[in-house]
Design a protein around this ligand. Structure first.
Ligand code: FA5
Length: 343
């Protein structure tokens, strides 16, 4: 077999690599030099290792590896230039490695209920919108018949900001801006986060979700309000036997006002740590006060309407049998991921 020297290999390679104009040429060079019967093999075969001293073998090893490394690096460089930098990247990916295990995220249970409610209300002709979480004192209180000295302000302990704005204590802060913007007739819901400076317990959080509803049109009555609430509850719980009760309730922005409670689905009405009384206060509601319509630029002699402020977090507790409200904000992925199957 014809033997070759390091120098010959180096010179031949330098010449041939300069002539490479396409990826195919590179591939051919690889086979020619690195193949089973390639140049590097012949280079090795040209030396009789048994006759060489340890020092000579070491020198051969170093020279051989340096040349091979130079050969590989030059080919990668030339290849990258020919096809673009991606080639180097592609070469470094080991396609035989097992894939990475990716975890599927989950929709938060409050959002699951919110999505479901939006669909139910859209089915009844309501639009779903969002409003700001930082609102003016006027929109959160005054526009809703709750002036500065009104005792009803004490019902909602408020986070005040230095600039006089507030973190909305309820989604009712959307009522007057919506009336001003869209006028009557109007059917709209506003799901969103609310904030109250409260002592937290199993059913009270300082950050929780509500869903405001507002329907204004000619001749709207309490019968419409009850009809919409009944449709909502039977659709959201997928059952007709959820017991409800309507109590008189006081909110300065509705007249008359009601509290709609549902029998606790966690204890079946017996009374537990979550509900205490067997009932869960879920949907305060009522007929929109004429003053609120006026603030929104709607004529109360022509239009009437109803509004409600559903406790979205509490509804999620009932729907998924979650006994502790603080779990919703705990940020523990193990909690959220339990609700994947219900999407
Ligand atoms: C209000 O916030 C009124 N804006 C509701 C309303 C709207 C009445 C339109 C009339 C017309 P209330 O403070 O009761 O009302 O809160 C409404 C619901 O939010 C409650 O029934 C409850 O389900 C929920 N909620 C209130 N405070 C908390 C809290 N700290 N943690 C969790 N949920 C709460």
């Amino acid at each position: 077999m014809e033997t070759i020297s390091f120098n010959e290999v180096r010179e031949a390679f330098a010449k041939e690599v300069l002539e490479a104009k396409a990826i195919d040429d590179i591939e051919k060079l690889k086979v020619k030099y690195m193949g089973r019967k390639g140049v590097f093999r012949r280079l090795q075969d040209g030396f009789d290792f048994q006759l060489m001293s340890a020092k000579e073998k070491k020198r051969f090893g170093i020279e051989f590896n340096t040349l091979k490394k130079h050969f590989e690096e030059t080919l990668i460089e030339v290849e990258a230039k020919l096809v673009g930098d991606n080639v180097t990247l592609v070469r470094k990916i080991d396609v035989s490695l097992p894939g990475k295990d990716s975890r599927i995220g989950a929709i938060h249970p409050v959002n699951l209920v919110q999505i479901e409610l939006e669909a139910i209300f859209q089915g009844m002709g309501f639009s779903a919108m969002t409003g700001p979480e930082v609102v003016s004192e006027f929109n959160n209180f005054d526009a809703l018949n709750i002036p500065n000295d009104h005792p009803a302000r004490d019902m909602q302990d408020t986070y005040w900001l230095k600039n006089g704005m507030v973190l909305r204590t309820h989604t009712s802060s959307n009522q007057v801006p919506a009336l001003k913007k869209f006028g009557a007739p109007l059917r709209v819901i506003f799901p969103g986060r609310c904030f109250r400076y409260e002592n937290v317990d199993a059913s009270h959080e300082n950050t929780f979700y509500q869903l405001e509803g507002l329907m204004v049109d000619r001749d709207i009555s309490v019968a419409h309000l009850i009809g919409v609430m009944k449709t909502l509850l039977s659709e959201v719980f997928h059952r007709d036997d959820v017991k409800i009760r309507l109590r008189p309730g006081y909110f300065p922005f509705v007249e008359p006002g009601f509290e709609l409670d549902i029998q606790c689905l966690l204890c079946g009405g017996k009374g537990c740590l979550t509900c205490r009384t067997g009932w869960i206060e879920l949907i305060p509601c009522g007929m929109v006060h004429p003053m609120v319509l006026k603030h929104g630029g709607v004529d109360p002699s022509k239009y009437t309407g109803f509004a409600f402020g559903l406790g979205l977090t509490r509804l999620a507790m009932m729907k998924f049998s979650i006994p502790e409200i603080r779990l919703f904000n705990c940020g523990d992925i193990r909690f959220n991921s339990q609700f994947i199957a219900t999407v």
